[in-house]
Ligand binder design. Structure first.
Ligand code: SF4
Ligand code: SF4
Length: 444
């Protein structure tokens, strides 16, 4: 492991990834500016360079060989949230997602923003921890004991944290609660369909999701079984690689994609289900990731067709409505995770799931598609911008007077939970599928 963490040998200057891109992707932007009002970073600074149009102009200048990639370029790429709101707004169909991932990969290839601390963190997390679920679970168990034995509350009460820098204190406050049991302890490897089996599906349990929201995975499996699906939950599972692709580790993202395809052969299932928006958005593009891999490309194309977000799948097969029960009417509002609404263009289906639940009344959230600031690990690397976005989101949530806020991505769930706790807001933050699972249970 130490080799992985500390090896920082100089490497030969790589070929430019942006120059290697299909030029039709690079030159698609027609500079109309229609994306600007939808971009949270441009909204915050009103600087052209912080806008999608400005960033694309920088990328094109590098692709054309008119500009050398610099540290400023790399920092700009990491100031971008990767929320993809600009893609939804763009009338020319600019593939910002591909440009953005290649631009960050270029920044990493060229080591434009290296520091020993950053290298250590990236080597530990992206290149070691997230490459095997058993490693993440090991860290999860340590954290679970730290929390369950009361050490965390003791440390917090003792004032010890005051000795640490402000940023470390903020990060400690954001430590998520680790679930008492991980997905494989909660979900049998095969769950039969309730009633006649119509479909056979595989369930992806995710990486961080498995540690922090294994209950959402269990709820997803139950909901699928209630909807005539036999649910196969393969073990072991792997990180989908979205964290790697979004943070410039293209080769590791490819490695993880191959592992997923080997572990969950797409030929064997009617659908491969994900309940995490950020993962789903990435999982549907393995064919692009593996386009030069002769051994995997065809299977990756089939994989992309089989991957379904849970809401998308339920609506496609027809949701079984839960029976009415005696729970009181409750107002729920819905925050749209960027990688569900912009990354996958799934907006109606989660609302349809919520509207199927008898005791819930859906109250629309103002700016429901505006990023909450979570954006993968953005809230860890750009805390000021992320906090501004969170404050804006919480203010809108308050304005609905809803008792529940539903959202379908682990990062958004955590971010909004932290924001609600910070403001002492008595509101439940939950995945829509958990609400549906509860409705099925309540009606039994
Ligand atoms: S991905 Fe989001 S933050 Fe980045 S340019 Fe597009 S709209 Fe702006
Ligand atoms: S990215 Fe699309 S919306 Fe934005 S300036 Fe270019 S063409 Fe216009």
């Amino acid at each position: 492991m130490s080799d992985v963490l500390f090896n920082a040998e100089p490497v030969a200057q790589p070929a430019s990834r942006l120059q290697g891109l299909d030029y039709s992707v690079v030159q698609q932007c027609m500079h109309c500016g229609l994306c600007l009002p939808t971009c949270p970073t441009y909204d915050a600074t009103k600087e052209e360079r912080n806008s999608p149009r400005g960033r694309i102009a920088l990328m094109r200048a590098i692709a054309d060989g008119r500009l050398e990639p610099t540290r400023t370029f790399a920092e700009e790429m990491y100031f971008c949230l990767g929320c993809l709101a600009c893609m939804t707004a763009c009338p020319a169909g600019v593939n910002y997602a591909e440009l953005f991932e290649q631009a960050r990969a270029e920044a990493e290839d060229r080591r434009l923003i290296e520091s020993p601390r950053r290298n250590l963190i990236r080597n530990f997390t992206l290149r070691w921890l997230f490459m095997k679920q058993s490693r993440l679970q090991w860290i999860g168990r340590l954290l679970r004991w730290y929390q369950a034995l009361g050490v965390q509350s003791l440390v917090r009460r003792s004032g010890l944290l005051k000795l640490f820098p402000k940023r470390l204190r903020e990060l400690e406050a954001m430590t998520p609660n680790i679930r008492p049991r991980f997905s494989e302890e909660l979900i049998p490897s095969i769950i039969p369909a309730v009633g006649a089996r119509r479909y056979r599906v595989a369930l992806l349990t995710g990486c961080a999701q498995d540690l922090i929201f294994s209950d959402v995975n269990r709820d997803t499996a139950e909901v699928l079984a209630q909807n005539s699906c036999e649910v196969v939950t393969p073990r072991p599972q792997f990180c989908c690689g979205s964290l790697h692709a979004h943070n410039g580790e293209w080769t590791l993202a490819q490695e993880l994609a191959r592992k997923q395809i080997d572990q969950i052969p797409p030929e064997q299932f009617d659908a491969i289900i994900t309940n995490a928006a950020g993962c789903g958005s990435h999982l549907k593009h393995y064919a692009t990731l593996l386009k030069d891999d002769a051994a995997y490309h065809k299977r990756a194309e089939l994989w992309d067709l089989k991957v379904k977000d849970i809401h998308e799948w339920l609506v496609e097969i027809g949701i079984k409505p839960p029976a009415t029960d005696d729970r009181p009417p409750t107002a729920v509002t819905y925050h749209e995770a960027c990688h569900l609404c912009h990354g996958q263009r799934i907006t109606a289906q989660p609302r349809q799931v919520l509207k199927t639940i008898p005791n819930l009344k859906l109250v629309e959230l103002p700016e429901s598609t505006w990023c909450c600031g979570s954006a993968g690990i953005y809230n860890l690397i750009q805390p000021e911008m992320a906090n501004d976005l969170l404050e804006r989101k919480i203010a809108h949530i308050k304005s609905t007077s809803a008792q529940i806020v539903a959202t379908a991505n682990p990062g958004c769930l955590l971010q909004i939970m932290n924001g609600a706790n910070h403001e002492h807001l008595a509101i439940r933050v939950v995945h829509p599928i958990s609400l549906l699972a509860e409705a099925y249970r309540a009606a039994r």
